[in-house]
Design a protein around this ligand. Structure first.
Ligand code: MOS
Length: 699
């Protein structure tokens, strides 16, 4: 028997719990005797703590303890220096958590944190990235493990010989992840075991880090991530909250809840690095690229190296015989940048897809046609065929749906009253990877099934997708299947990140269900007679043996904008994306992922900008009043479509991952549309009205 749950638009399994408020998040579980932690940020950029006066805080009724480097429980030095918290007096950046106040009420903890007196010995600092920063260096590799630089052919010769050349530098500012649920943990010690409810994209790395830091066997640490209110990468590895809560709970010998404030989410949990990107393109008179070079400059902290893979996008996107990509990094006195939706591809595509638009104008070729003309038959660096590559199909389908064919390429040719109207296009790609996972499937005597996997649903609909996949793999209606995720007591699986959740987890779920069906063949009617039957699998060997062929999801973005010729105000009338991302498990949740990514890309194009003040070495706009994020009213019409794509080289479910592809290319499509509307090319995001205000009024 086979069913067809995959491909159907089921609502989220936990939707009712979420909208009625009964779904529990990390600091919402009822816990007897719970206390509250409040993190204290460093008030200097670089230096040492010379004195901590805890007396005024401890004098406050309800305050139980003030933990700092002088009195905190000791941690074993781990591989992750950012988690070695409250162990030493050094301050590496403003906002680093250097103390925690624990109290019987949230209010007392907060007031206690205000009363802690800390003296510092502060030194000079450097916090602003520049293209000629003296600290620039070449990292050994870039995130997660790409080569730092690549070169094929002879870029300089190829560039010099070409009749058409473009040399442009693009800049993107720092961006801050702002999941609705902040980073938050409830930590409880019970008989030497540690239980944490943590807001994380994956329990396994949290469990591993806590075991190492507190010198416990892994089985003594349990991490529960039942419901998580977003992450976008910022919860992709263990963060300060979980360590601080565990330290505090050990110190006061009571359960501790610790959640970051919104302002603290702009602090030590990671942000997208600012980028400075030089793109050079050379082409023949027909727009065929002959040389491509993408040089990226980004920042990291003094604590830990994070090198965003900004130029990696350019390595496989368009064909050209002469190519190079480079990454340089400056180590600054700032919090460590980290993952934010499509790290690398997102800012990289803004630069390359803007440059392609500039080239299209320079050679007088339609920007859709220019991309089609330069679509490579094989990976331009590796020389290998793609498992499937449907960028051209996305561009054609998008152009048809958007109504691109009649476009007059002349900038500033269309207007509606004061509004200048323009349209733009951009390509997009994101790797389609998978990692090893375990899963277990159980048959119950009553004909029901239980599927267990330590996957994490950070709001994407992963729980529902896996339930659908399991039903089809078991060959039963989904109503007979129960799915359990979000608990380190379940078979271990990787984090919800890198658009690898569904590909990795469904792989293990399908194999576990297949193994169970095999075992049930021996039982009458395929139902266990006495007790349950369970099959547990791990896909490590199978994943390792997968072919090394390049595999990517693709997309094409189309945008229509209007720009007020007097004020420079930019509004996005329409966003339309077409994606090729393998099989779509659930159209409802898939659409949400695509348009969520596109909305975040719109936010990047027009609104978001982390502004750092070198005098104080800190973000100036660290709240949602001053750090602008696109709201519903900014998105007038947004559509996501996908093409039917069958790719047998990927994984048993045939999926490519959809969490990140939606943001890649969106900002470039909007920037290109703004250029078409106005004739003004903005090469540093966001596209604010003050950058456009010099527009002459309409004639
Ligand atoms: Mo996503 S930035 O891979 O969590």
């Amino acid at each position: 028997m086979s069913t067809d749950a995959v491909g159907r638009a089921y609502p989220r399994l936990e939707g009712r719990e979420k909208v009625t408020g009964t779904a529990r998040y990390a600091v919402e579980y009822p816990v007897d005797g719970v206390t509250y932690g409040w993190a204290v940020p460093a008030a200097v950029v670089r230096g040492r703590i010379t004195r901590v006066d805890v007396a005024p805080a401890l004098a406050l009724p309800g305050v139980l303890a003030v933990l700092h480097h002088g009195n905190s429980p000791r941690l074993a030095p781990g591989p992750e220096p950012e988690l070695w918290l409250l162990q030493e007096p050094a301050v590496h950046y403003r906002g680093q958590f250097i103390a925690v106040v624990v109290a019987t009420s949230l209010e007392a903890a907060r007031e206690g944190a205000r009363l802690v007196r800390i003296d510092y010995d502060a030194g000079p600092h450097s916090t602003v990235l520049t293209a000629d920063h003296p600290g620039l260096y070449r990292p050994d590799q870039v995130n997660p493990n790409y080569a730092t630089d690549t070169a094929e052919g002879d870029f300089d010769a190829g560039y010099a010989a070409a009749p058409v050349r473009l040399d442009a530098t693009y800049r993107t500012p720092a961006y801050h992840n702002n999941p609705m649920e902040p980073h938050a943990t409830t930590a409880q010690w019970q008989d030497g075991r540690l239980l944490v409810h943590d807001s994380s994209q994956g329990a396994v790395p949290v469990q591993a880090a806590l075991a190492e830091l507190f010198e416990l066997p892994r089985e003594s640490v349990r991490v529960i991530t039942q419901h998580v209110g977003g992450g976008f990468g910022s919860k992709g590895n263990p963060k300060a909250t979980v360590v601080l809560a565990a330290l505090a709970a050990r110190q006061v010998d009571r359960p501790v809840r610790l959640a970051l404030t919104r302002q603290q989410v702009f602090g030590p949990v990671g942000y997208r690095t600012p980028t400075i990107q030089r793109v050079r393109l050379a082409a023949d008179a027909d727009g065929r690229l002959t040389a491509i070079c993408h040089d990226s400059i980004t920042q990291t902290s003094t604590i830990r190296e994070f090198a965003e893979q900004v130029a990696v996008y350019t390595r496989s996107m368009y064909a050209a015989p002469h190519r190079c990509t480079t990454h340089r990094l400056a180590r600054l006195d700032v919090p460590t940048p980290f993952w934010m939706r499509a790290p690398g591809e997102c800012p990289g595509a803004y630069a390359l897809e803007s440059a392609m638009d500039e080239l299209a104008s320079a050679v007088g070729i339609d920007p859709v046609e220019l991309r089609i003309r330069n679509d490579p038959a094989v990976d331009p660096e590796l020389g290998q065929p793609f498992t499937s590559r449907n960028l051209v199909a996305c561009l054609r389908e998008g152009a048809r749906r958007f109504g691109w064919a009649d476009r007059d390429p002349t900038p500033r040719a269309r207007s509606d009253g004061r509004w200048l109207i323009g349209t733009g296009v951009a390509g997009a790609s994101y790797p389609a990877r998978a990692r090893a996972s375990a899963a277990a499937a159980t048959a119950r005597p009553d004909g029901g099934f239980l599927v267990r996997i330590d996957a994490t649903d950070i709001g994407t609909g992963a729980r529902t997708a896996l339930w659908q996949v399991a039903a089809d793999a078991l060959g039963v209606p989904p109503e007979r299947v129960e799915i359990q995720i979000g608990d380190s007591d379940l078979p271990p699986a990787g984090v919800a990140g890198g658009s690898m959740g569904t590909s990795s987890w469904s792989w293990a779920v399908i194999r576990a269900c297949e193994a169970l069906r095999e075992r049930l063949r021996e039982t009458p009617a395929g139902v266990p007679v006495d007790g349950e039957v369970t099959a547990e699998v791990n896909t490590a060997d199978e994943v390792r043996e997968q072919s090394a062929l390049p595999r990517y999801a693709y997309g094409a973005h189309f945008a229509e904008v209007r720009v007020d010729a007097d004020t420079g105000e930019v509004r996005v009338n329409r966003l339309l994306g077409v994606f090729a991302a393998g099989r779509v498990v659930n159209p409802t949740t898939a659409r949400s992922q695509f348009i969520g990514g596109m909305t975040m890309g719109l936010s990047m194009a027009l609104h978001e900008e982390g502004v750092l003040d070198e005098r104080y070495g800190d973000w100036v706009n660290h709240d949602l009043a001053t750090y602008h994020i696109t709201g519903c009213a900014d998105v007038e019409r947004i559509e996501a479509h996908w093409i039917d794509e069958q790719d047998g080289e990927l994984n048993p479910a045939g999926v490519k991952g959809i969490g990140e592809i939606g943001i890649v290319g969106t900002a470039a499509a909007i920037a290109n549309a703004v250029h078409h509307a106005t004739g003004v090319r903005i090469r540093d995001l966001p596209i604010r009205l003050d950058k456009l205000i010099g527009l002459s009024p309409l004639a």
